[in-house]
Design a protein around this ligand. Sequence first.
Ligand code: MN
Length: 203
Amino acid sequence: MKLLCIGRNYAAHAAELQNDLPAKPVVFLKPATAILASDTALHLPAFSQDVQYECELVFRVGQPGRHITEADAMDHLDAVTVGLDFTARDLQAELKQQGLPWELAKAWDGSAALGQWQPLVNVPTWPDLPFALHIDGQLRQTGDPRLTLFSLPYLVAFLSEFFTLQPGDLIFTGTPAGVGPLQSGQTLVGSLCGNEVLRVKVA
Ligand code: MN
């Protein structure tokens, strides 16, 4: 299985990192070893001095497909949760400056936290899926999927032109503004439609 991740999908987040708005989706992948289950600890890696949180809506593929149309896109997804795309921002800045791929900054072990899966039949229809991240009780990020540059059906169609989608594959749909650095001892809580679905402690 694979984690397909979208970058710069919220204009305000692209702006906070001084990035131009993309004309088509910015895509990167993480391996299965990046997954960090909810209620486990994140161990900050020694190779970075600036690991940052990015709270994102994550969708799970239920039905396989390629060359999926936007009209059929939602039929290929079966669950949603809130995830955290942990990013070694210092490494990413070096790689971006050199025009190199982002994997060392983005795809390391534990860099993709996942909350409890919510079957799509049990939650409101996209894009009525507001989400939020609290750190130590303070609101740090709020996400409204209506504000994405690329809609979820468009992303599924776009991704499936390049990658066969297989059951269990995950799509990280990008983070809103408000990203920032992590520190040991913090507790991150992600919520979907006002309900807690994700909890990660920074070791
Ligand atoms: Mn991200």
